[in-house]
Design a protein around this ligand. Sequence first.
Ligand code: CU
Length: 91
Amino acid sequence: MRSIGTNNGFIHPMHIHGGPFEVVARDGETIPESARFLADTVNVGPGQRYDVVWEARRPGKWLIHCHIGHHTTNNNVEGGGGLMVVIDVQP
Ligand SMILES: [Cu+2]
């Protein structure tokens, strides 16, 4: 997954459920394998790009979402939306 900070005014702490992802590139630069790291959240600021690889560990519906509440509700006009995606992992 690639997160791109396309706006000017926000940092989006992109968070995944179901186990961490591996951060493999930042701002278009591939991170050497020896320097890659596991995380369950990356802060994506204006203009930043993060590439992460997530390997499913078990079946389920796993959320990847911004951890700022109103960013997942389209500024409180939806019950769930905005910066939120469900990854449906089948057995
Ligand atoms: Cu956000």
